[in-house]
Every structure is written in C-alpha cells, then in structure tokens.
Design a protein around this ligand. Structure first.
Ligand SMILES: Cc1ncc(COP(=O)(O)O)c(C=O)c1O
Length: 415
C-alpha cells in the first residue's frame, strides 16, 4: 500500500508500507493461561512496587495530540512520552534494570542459602559485597544495554555489554558512562546476543536478555513485566480509564509490544484496542512470522535507521501474547521515522513540540500511514471517531543523530 489517499490534512510526505491482518488473531478470546504465564496481576504489582521505589521514579506523561488527531481525521490521539523516563530517555530501564534487580534477588538468595531476598535489600545495598561479585551481561543495539548498565550501577554489580558493529559511538559512550565494560562484536544484533550467552556460560555471568531463546525465560519475563508498568501507567492516565480503539506498537524482538498488548488485553478483554505491530521493512520478523503462523528468523542485512527495531527473530515469550493478541502487522520504510521525528519536533496544528527518537516514533508513523490510506483505514476500521494510543518509546537517545535529522538540538526543540 502507499499512503497517497487524501483522507487527511497532513502535509508530511507519504511513504510505502505493507499492512496485513494477523491470521492467528483471536480478538474475542479472554486473556488466558498462556498469556498469564508471561504477565499477570501479581507480576505487574511486583514490578510496580520495585520500580516505583527507585530514585527519580515518576509516571511519564500521556500527551494528547489534538492537532495531529484532527489532521489524521481521527477523534483522539494519545502519545506516551518515554523520553522523560529516569533521565535515560527511553522506556527501557523499566525492563533491563528491573530484570537486573530480580536477578540479583535470586542470586543473593542462592548464595545466602535463603528462600528469598526482598527487593528493598538490593536497592539499599544490604548485600553489597555479594552483589559486587556478580556480573550481569546483555547484548544491545543501545537502549537495553544502557538500561542494564544503569541498573547494575544502581544496585552495585559488575556489567559487561555486547554491541554489534552498527551501534553508533554515541550509544556506546552512553552505556560506558554508567561504568559498564562495552565489547563491540562483528555482525548483527542477533550475533551479539549469541556472543553474550556464550561468554556468560563460560564465565558464570548472568545474561539479562530482552528476548528469550525458548529456554531462558525468567529474565525476559522480568523485562516484559517491567515494561508493562508503562502500559499500566497509560491506562490510568487515559480519560475515564476508557480503552482507545486503536494501538500501534513498534517491535524489535517484540517485548515492548507484548507487554502493552498483554496489559490492555488483561484489563479490557475483547474491548481492548485493535493492536497493530509496526516494524522496519528490512527487519520485519513479526510481519513474516504472524503471516506464517510460526516464529520465523529473518536473514540478510537488518540494519535500519530505527536501530532499536532492527531485530531478525521474534522473542518466543512475546509470541505467546502477540500471536493471538495482535490484530495486524505492518512494515515501514526508514524515511517514515525521519519524517515523523521532524513532524513531532514542529508540533502539528498547535500541538506542543515533542522530542522523539528514531525507534520511538515507529508506532505513530504506522498510525499516520494507515490514517492517510483509504484501504488501510477500512481494513482497520479507523474512523473519525476512533481514538488511538502510541508509545513514544524514546526521546533523543542519540543526540548527534537527532540533530542531523531534525536540524536542531533536542534542547532547542524542548525549550
Ligand atoms: C526505543 C525503542 N523502542 C522500541 C523497541 C522495541 O522493543 P522490543 O525489542 O522489546 O520489541 C526498542 C528496542 O530496543 C527501543 O530501543
């Protein structure tokens, strides 16, 4: 499809995209046992209790964009602004740092020979000597590693982060700034993931993956439950707690999308929003997998401007949620993300300017592409009275990249 139909008043250039319904979707099904094993009320409550005790915690704003909603010919548009999260400028600390805390709770309990250790004890560094001898590791395209490194510093353990060759020096420096050792590995994100696992096995370290390999599920589940705090906040911030009709979620391995889909499904059942997974065209593993009805690994050069979404393999844990839970999937070209970063920096028709990074705008870019295409609107029943939510999952996490794309620094845009 191509967003050429003049159903909206937006002047931003249009771009090609692919959109397909998910043949495995079960829109009327209840949130079931398979889903509860990934996220349930108890898991979310524990994540919220831990995360809200961290220094600097505050719910991020749910911003209303009435100008853009009008330009898109929809009723309301909500944008969860994760650029403000813990000063790390992305939603990621909710997952990676939370999984570090949970990992330390388990490991300290094992070393002390006790059944459980309270999260507060880890936060207050009551077992500092034991924790200092624990190493956590992760592979990252930037944001997840920053989050794990930040968590490791907060709790006082050692941290080694693997990055692949496409990760920018600015992102590398941001991780190292939290005291982590950063190791650059040739190949793709998925190659870096394999390297982190191999080294951890050899050295007795703890991997904090944001994806599961089908066997390792504990840490990725912690990550997902941490991410779900973002969705839970958003639900509380929605006027009247009423679910929007549409939700567009960007996906890399699918952890963020799964957390959001799960929490809206858990809370609203069949009244949950029509949920669309959005990916870069060249790394569309969810698009291919949902069409095939089974997880598929994408080969080739996955490199995308939307670096956080440049993943070739869906997380099996996220599959439990998104395979039945997502209503549709779509792909976007990189130019779409650039255009939407600029659009948000300008503010559309009186909306306040927003600082948004390249992976963070993909869900919104997906909504905009659909809203401007008659056939796509019909397919997703997007109408003038529809209400959409998107998660602006990062701010200017790479300042140089932001300035290059937008033409101004993020500070100038935010001022
Ligand atoms: C800003 C941002 N948004 C979204 C995602 C996608 O998250 P996931 O890999 O859990 O699908 C990432 C992943 O790194 C990211 O950095």
């Amino acid at each position: 499809m191509s967003s050429t139909d003049k159903t909206t008043a937006l002047s931003t250039p249009t771009w090609p995209f692919r959109l397909a319904p998910n043949p495995g979707a079960t829109p009327l099904a209840n949130y079931g046992a398979r889903q509860s094993a990934v996220l349930d009320a108890a898991g979310l409550a524990e994540a919220r209790a831990c995360i809200s005790a961290w220094p600097g915690y505050a719910p991020t704003p749910l911003v209303k964009l009435p100008g853009l909603a009008a330009a898109l010919n929809i009723g309301r548009l909500f944008y969860k602004q994760e650029g403000a999260r813990f000063g790390l400028r992305s939603f990621k600390p909710l997952g990676g740092a939370y999984a570090v805390q949970r990992c330390l709770m388990r490991e300290v309990a094992a070393r002390l020979g006790v059944e459980a250790v309270d999260p507060q004890e880890i936060l207050a560094r009551r077992h500092a000597q034991i924790v200092a001898n624990i190493t956590v590791t992760a592979a990252t395209d930037g944001n997840h590693g920053r989050s794990v490194a930040w968590g490791a510093r907060m709790f006082g353990c050692r941290c080694v982060i693997y990055i692949n060759e496409a990760v920018t020096p600015a992102r590398e420096e941001a991780i190292a700034a939290f005291g982590a050792e950063v190791r650059r590995h040739p190949g793709s994100f998925d190659d870096a993931v394999r390297q982190a696992f191999e080294t951890a096995r050899r050295e007795g370290w703890h991997v904090i993956p944001d994806t599961s390999d089908g066997n390792i599920v504990v840490a990725p589940r912690d990550v997902t439950q941490g991410y779900a705090v973002m969705a839970a906040e958003a639900i509380e911030q929605l006027p009247g707690g009423k679910p929007p009709t549409h939700m567009f979620l960007q996906a890399g391995v699918g952890g963020m999308a799964a957390a959001c889909c799960a929490e809206f499904w858990r809370r609203f059942g069949a009244d949950r929003p029509t949920t669309v997974i959005v990916e870069p065209e060249q790394a569309a593993c969810w698009f291919a997998s949902l069409a095939a009805g089974r997880p598929i690994a994408i080969a080739g050069d996955l490199d995308s401007f939307m670096g956080g979404l440049a993943c070739g393999e869906p997380s099996p844990l996220a599959w439990e949620i998104l395979q039945p839970g997502a209503h549709a999937a779509m792909t976007l070209v990189d130019a779409a993300a650039e255009a939407i970063m600029r659009l948000l920096a300008e503010g559309c028709q009186g909306d306040a300017p927003l600082v948004a990074g390249e992976s963070g705008v993909a869900g919104l870019a997906g909504l905009i592409a659909v809203a401007r295409d008659g056939a796509a609107r019909r397919l997703l029943t997007l109408a003038p009275e529809s209400e959409a939510i998107v998660f602006g999952s990062e701010g200017a996490t790479d300042e140089a990249m932001y300035r290059r794309v937008v033409g101004r620094s993020w500070q100038e845009v935010a001022a």
